[in-house]
Design a protein around this ligand. Structure first.
Ligand code: PMP
Length: 436
């Protein structure tokens, strides 16, 4: 049986020096469960006691090539010897921008450091471009921790969400000014009727529709095949900026992300996570006309660390590998094997379930029948049972978020052997939970 003496002791110390012992609320799993990691390698992470975990959180998605990928580490190490930040354009930025443009088809990009910054700036650009202020977002979708979009996310405060027909924006944190709620309209994902009704009534106020093209923050839920084309048509008709938040899907579900995978082009797209294999970098890309709304002295986009050498050299190396090798296909093979294997184990255990999403980013809902279409479906599944199985897996060295709202992520380092080991442990965990 695994033991965690060093990890637990260090975590107690962490709690004294950082609120809850973590630097993002999502990382707190409870006093007895929160992990302190010493290192990662390929598909594995290790805690302070040397326990090994097969990792499917992958830093909440970025680590598409595996932890500590040598080619990425090497390029960054070489690049930073010449300094990391100059308040000036660098060759690394131009190279990374060219790669993104080639892979995704956006016309231009600007860099920042996190998904949050990218969506915050995308919203500002959309507002400046249209001269309108409101934004439509979808329930269960997460666009970062700035105030403007932190409503009706999976972790929203426990307040009434309203009915599907009349949803109420639910703020996800104290400390967000109440006036911001007036700028946001929350609707269920995949709900054609709600979007059409809202846009027809309020289009003159609506600057943008921001959407995770595949819901990836309240389970991994595919758009209805007609949903994204429908959003595209509505936005064209009513002069609304369509923003795809591809922070999770970008460079993960296809080389060109969700735009390529679903065959729909947005006006603005936000990227982060997989583009740097875990190094901090993000980007906004989009149509030239809209990107050129950014204007010195008129429409602000700034950031001391934007385009720094660490992130842009990491993106240069990561994107090169994603573009020229079968890394994404290998991640998908792992995902397919897992989706199938997990479903078989759950069927054998007699647990009704729905496995959904893309092999590189998938989820499963327990005690759930049918195909999930939105956050409300996710919330109706058996979240407690999922957490129990998740913790039993964690004790057996398989780590995924103990909450079905966060998908499983795969990487090119998850070989068939790693997947088979995962499935054996998963089956063992399910048996142990059902025996209780
Ligand atoms: N958008 C999406 C779709 C995300 O999943 C996330 C993070 N999980 C963000 C934005 C925010 O990114 P970051 O945590 O890098 O600020």
């Amino acid at each position: 049986m695994r033991q965690w003496p060093k990890t637990r002791a260090r975590f107690l110390r962490a709690k004294e020096v950082m609120p809850w012992g973590v630097t993002s609320n999502f990382r707190y799993w409870g006093d007895d469960q929160t992990i302190v990691v010493s290192r990662g390698e390929g598909p594995y992470i290790y805690d302070l006691d040397g326990n090994r975990y097969i990792d499917y959180r992958l830093g909440y998605g970025p680590v598409i090539l595996g932890h500590g990928h040598p080619a990425v580490v090497e390029r960054v190490s070489q690049a930073i010897r010449d300094g990391v930040i100059f308040a000036a354009t660098t060759e690394w930025e131009i190279r990374a921008a060219e790669r993104i443009i080639r892979m995704t088809g956006v016309d231009m990009v600007r860099f920042s450091n996190s998904g949050t910054e990218a969506t915050m700036h995308a919203l500002r650009i959309a507002r400046a471009y249209t001269g309108r202020e409101k934004v439509i977002k979808f329930e269960g979708q997460y666009h970062g921790h700035h105030d403007y979009l932190l409503f009706s996310t999976a972790m929203a405060l426990r307040q009434p969400m309203g009915s599907r027909r009349h949803p109420i924006p639910v703020v996800a944190s104290s400390g967000i000014p109440r006036v911001i709620a007036d700028l946001i309209i929350t609707l269920p994902f995949n709900d054609f009727e709600a979007v059409e009704r809202t846009v027809k009534a309020k289009w003159g106020d609506i600057a943008a529709i921001i959407v995770e093209p595949m819901l990836g923050n309240s389970a991994a839920i595919m758009p209805h095949p007609e949903f994204l084309p429908f959003l595209r048509r509505l936005c064209d008709e009513y002069g609304i900026v369509l923003i795809f938040d591809e922070v999770k899907t970008g460079f993960r579900i296809a080389r060109g992300g969700a735009q390529e995978f679903f065959g729909v082009r947005a006006d603005l797209v936000t990227y982060a996570k997989a583009m740097g294999n875990g190094f901090p970098i993000s980007a906004i890309g989009g149509k030239r006309e809209i990107m050129m709304t950014i204007e010195p002295g008129a429409v602000a986009h700034a950031g001391t660390y934007n385009g720094n050498v660490v992130g842009t050299a990491a993106a240069d190396a990561t994107l090169e590998i994603l573009e020229t090798t079968d890394a994404l296909e290998r991640a998908a093979q792992a995902g397919e094997r897992l989706m199938k294997g997990i479903s078989e184990i759950l069927t054998e255990a007699g647990i009704p379930h729905a496995v959904s999403g893309h092999p590189n980013m998938f989820s499963f809902l327990l005690n759930f029948e049918g195909t999930p279409r939105d956050h409300r479906d996710t919330m109706s599944s058996d979240i407690e049972l999922y957490a129990e199985i998740g913790l039993a897996c964690y004790e057996r060295g398989v780590m995924f978020e103990v909450d079905p709202r966060e998908p499983w992520f795969t990487s090119a380092a998850h070989t068939p052997e790693v997947v088979d080991e995962t499935l054996n442990r998963f089956a063992d965990a399910v048996r142990a939970v059902l025996r209780k």
